[in-house]
Design a protein. Structure first.
Length: 127
């Protein structure tokens, strides 16, 4: 039972936090940037329920990654490493594909850092 509390609960709570953070940032704060950018490209921004479900899976996978990386590194090292791997690499890829609306980065960089920091803190404190 102790293993359950020290692994599953922190991962679930971090997943919930990441999911909420992603939803607020991308659906409430930055949705207009995304939809307008995609419209200018002649595309429709993918926001079907399946896309939300995939982001939920992404949040879980990110939380699991944080859990294992946090075992080896400090709070700040884990935060930076995970943030770089999850967000910076994602932005490089979607910029390369031509679908990154660059103005979102003014908001997305600090908010994504906060997202990963708090998820890492949840996992560090509860593991």
């Amino acid at each position: 039972m102790m293993t359950f509390k020290k692994s599953v609960i922190p991962i679930v709570l971090a997943t919930i936090w990441i999911s909420i953070s992603e939803f607020v940032r991308n659906e409430l704060l930055l949705k207009n940037y995304w939809t307008e950018h995609y419209q200018n490209l002649g595309l429709i921004f993918p926001s079907q329920p399946i896309n939300g479900a995939i982001w939920g899976v992404w949040s879980l996978l990110l939380a699991i990654s944080i859990y294992f990386i946090a075992k080896k590194f400090s709070l700040m090292a884990t935060t930076f490493l995970v943030w770089f791997m999850a967000f910076v690499l994602m932005w490089v890829v979607i910029a390369n594909m031509g679908v990154l609306p660059y103005p979102i980065l003014y908001f997305a960089i600090p908010l994504s850092m906060l997202e990963v920091y708090l998820a890492t803190l949840i996992i560090k404190k509860l593991s």
